[in-house]
Design a binder for this molecule. Structure first.
Ligand code: MAN
Length: 355
């Protein structure tokens, strides 16, 4: 399968984004939800900022008060034996290495706008900035689904209370209506289907299990997009495969003649993030018709292999150029945003070869 990566990649890097907080640096502009709005392509980017630290032994943890928007900076010394600093993204408790205690940066959502889908202008102000108690550690990884004339934006809200999935709606990308938390902690990677199926809304989600079970994709239905039920397990990780450790839906499902096409990310035990595909029955999306054996896209380019967190391609959205071409915008190495064109026919052929 050919992935036509843009020659201009990466198209948005941290250098293109001015820090919102004084004394902070932007370390990532990545994992963007995508919308077609008023003839423009909008990227709802996850922007990550951290306090500038001149002492390599000190890790500065930003925590925001959603009421005042004031930030408290907690300083931890790398020689502090209580904590583990191996993962650059998070600080973990030495005696609880499967969890996380703090994030090393604060993320929020900022919009980049483009007429041609390649050259983007970044808004001066954030579009979604932590606004409630579930977001004191930040807002991450938005996905956008247009249903009729409303854009539904879901994202993870991170705080010491857990990683939850929130939903807001907008019609103008200037203001939004909060629809509350739609999936309780811990959950991530929620994508809504772009239309009702047999009278119900559908969403894919990825519970993060702590006792038994794996990081698998589930599906749920809703009468109104706020109340989700009839949860079913949809597809699970596969040992000795590129998606052996975790998987999560990436892009809004695309309606094709063969079924709903879901492009998802999968990670290995070594946290190498690749992309694969699922094909779901058009009338009953709980029914998986096909699934990629191999990843159709892997970190290959230098900007996908090297960055804040190496070896990551992470698609959260796309625009559809014509009947066959998806232009996917994807986060690379938790640092920047790249673009590529993918042929829907080729992904369907890749799925037919899989078994
Ligand atoms: C993981 C990574 C981080 C993220 C946290 C919290 O550790 O995806 O980038 O900040 O989870 O969601």
């Amino acid at each position: 399968m050919t992935i036509k990566r843009f020659e201009e990649n990466p198209i948005i890097t941290p250098k293109d984004v001015k820090a919102h907080h004084e004394g902070f640096e932007v370390i990532g502009a990545f994992n963007a939800g995508v919308a077609d709005y008023n003839g423009e392509t909008l990227l709802l980017m996850r922007v990550a900022e951290r306090p500038i630290s001149n002492d390599p032994d000190i890790v500065k943890i930003p925590i925001v008060d959603p009421a005042t928007k004031e930030i408290t900076i907690k300083e931890l010394s790398k020689s502090d034996k209580e904590y583990n600093f191996e993962d650059p993204r998070v600080v973990r408790k030495q005696d609880k290495l499967e969890g996380l205690s703090y994030l090393t940066s604060l993320s929020y959502v900022r919009i980049a706008r483009s007429q041609d889908g390649i050259n983007f202008t970044v808004d001066d102000e954030p579009f979604l900035y932590p606004y409630n108690e579930y977001q004191t550690f930040g807002i991450e990884d938005p996905r956008v689904t247009k249903i009729e004339d409303t854009y539904y934006i879901d994202f993870t809200s991170v705080s010491e209370k857990g990683v939850a999935v929130s939903l807001v709606t907008t019609r103008d990308f200037e203001s939004f209506t909060d629809q509350g938390i739609i999936f309780a902690p811990e959950n991530k990677d929620v994508v809504l289907f772009p239309e009702k199926i047999n009278g119900l809304y559908y969403a894919l989600h990825r519970p993060v299990l702590k006792s038994v079970g794996n990081y698998d994709i589930w599906i749920a239905e809703s009468p109104d997009t706020r109340h989700w039920g009839n949860h079913q397990h949809l597809a699970g990780v596969r040992e000795n495969s590129w998606d052996e450790e975790r998987m999560g839906a990436g892009l809004t499902p695309v309606k094709t003649t063969e079924g709903w096409l879901v492009l998802y990310h999968g990670a290995s035990h070594a946290s190498r993030y690749c992309m694969g595909a699922l094909l779901l029955d058009l009338n009953d999306p709980t029914n998986v018709l096909a699934r990629s054996d191999s990843a159709f896209m892997e970190p290959e380019a230098d900007y996908e292999k090297n960055g804040f967190f190496n070896e990551v391609v992470f698609g959260c959205g796309a625009t559809q150029k014509d009947d066959d071409t998806l232009t996917m915008y994807y986060g690379v190495a938790d640092t920047s945003i790249a673009g590529c064109d993918i042929s829907i026919k080729e992904v369907l052929a890749h799925l037919k070869e899989s078994n």
